[in-house]
Design a protein around this ligand. Structure first.
Ligand SMILES: Nc1ncnc2c1ncn2[C@@H]1O[C@H](COP(=O)(O)OP(=O)(O)O)[C@@H](O)[C@H]1O
Ligand SMILES: [Mg+2]
Length: 372
């Protein structure tokens, strides 16, 4: 059942912190403190690890402090379970206990059965039904990508449409097959998933981008099978908008995976690309500053902020966020500590001066259609 809270939240003062009441907070026991409330009179919002098993999202425009918050959460969550960061830009490699660098030859887990391979490639390559059909003809359990391309090349097409699909499929598959990725099937890495460790899957040097997506989605698939109620795993997915698709793997996992012991934390600059269906299935929401109309609008509809989102979200400073989860009756304004030291590989040039200025929300809206 999708999760939704809606109630008449009132912001009676221009000073945001004064109007966000903090109620029924948890004690300091088994919970993950979400920064420090901006109002010192409020207690620290502290969702439990189980709350995070019902998934979380960290959202905000570029430079609003998402990756820093993600890094903070990785450390906190690793007190309860294994943590894997799927790191699109390689920003977290300094923070990891285990670094998985596929571009340097570290193996990545691939599904072995042909149905899973098919689903994965359909999603990564956006295959048309005729292309999927051709792929299905040559797929067999345990086949590697290089072999797969060869077999599509050798396939004798049954007609002209099939030949066209076959050629299109080769064009899409070849870059994947001949990229520098080494994949293994079967049980991949118990060591990398040690309890209390933070593993970082560094995608930043993988090319082409379709390979990056393949590696990321294979890892998510693998974690789904590796996690269990007794062996819990949290996975933090940076730049999740690059990986999410309507009815795709992440949409399905967010909707159904919580019983299996896999908690997903999606980090994104673009909640509108995640879509309302996914957002409504997510329990913990950490909302940094947003500036695009489409993104603010989707949060107005899918969070307890309602129309106040338009006024408040553009005004947050770097590292500040509104947080909400189902046992917290009202969104609460917090500030996260700075933990991430950005290396040169990071997503830099972050423009925090614009966020720091108080913005008139009406003027802050970009023109409709102009979102990133
Ligand atoms: N909680 C924070 N407190 C102070 N500065 C922060 C905080 N979070 C981020 N920053 C600063 O803002 C910059 C951008 O942060 P980052 O987490 O990379 O943003 P995003 O991932 O949203 O693009 C960082 O380089 C850092 O200097
Ligand atoms: Mg970032």
């Amino acid at each position: 059942m999708p999760f939704r809270i809606k109630h008449g939240l009132r912001w009676s003062s221009p000073d945001i912190k004064a109007v966000i009441p903090a109620q029924s907070m948890r004690g300091a026991g088994e919970c993950v403190p979400l920064g420090t409330p901006v109002d010192p009179l409020h207690r620290v919002p502290c969702p439990t690890p189980e709350d995070f098993m019902r998934h979380a999202v960290v959202l905000g425009s570029t430079g609003s402090g998402k990756s820093n918050t993600a890094s903070y959460l990785a450390r906190e969550l690793s007190r309860y379970a294994s943590v894997v960061i799927i790191d699109w830009y390689g920003e977290h490699v300094d923070e990891g206990d285990v670094i998985i660098d596929p571009a340097a030859g570290d193996p990545v887990p691939m599904p072995a059965d042909k149905v899973s391979i098919l689903e994965l490639l359909e999603e990564v390559l956006d295959l048309s039904p005729p292309q999927s059909y051709v792929l299905m003809k040559v797929l067999r359990d345990g086949i590697g990508l290089e072999q797969l391309v060869k077999e599509v090349e050798y396939l004798t097409p049954e007609g002209r449409w099939e030949n066209e699909s076959r050629l299109a499929l080769i064009r899409r598959l070849s870059p994947l097959a001949y990229s520098n990725i080494r994949s293994v099937t079967g049980d991949w890495a118990n060591t990398a998933l040690g309890n209390g460790l933070v593993s970082v899957l560094d995608l930043s040097r993988i090319h082409p981008l379709s390979s990056r997506r393949l590696v990321a989605l294979s890892m998510l698939r693998y974690l789904e099978t590796a996690a269990s109620p007794r062996r819990k795993v949290f996975v933090i997915v940076e730049e999740a908008q690059n990986l999410v698709k309507a009815n795709g793997l992440i949409a399905r996992q967010v909707a159904e995976v919580r019983k299996k012991g896999l908690g997903i934390v999606l980090v994104t600059q673009s909640p509108s690309k995640l879509g309302e269906d996914i957002l409504l299935n997510i329990n913990v929401r950490i909302m940094h500053s947003l500036r695009s109309w489409a993104d603010i609008e989707v949060m107005a509809r899918s969070s307890a902020l309602g129309s106040e989102a338009y006024r408040v979200l553009p005004k947050l400073r770097v590292g500040e966020a509104l947080v909400e989860y189902h046992t917290l009756p009202h969104p609460l304004l917090v500030r996260f500590p700075r933990v991430l030291k950005l290396g040169e590989g990071g997503e830099h040039g972050l423009d925090d001066t614009r966020i720091r200025e108080p913005v008139d929300a009406k003027e802050a809206f970009p023109l409709p259609g102009k979102h990133h």
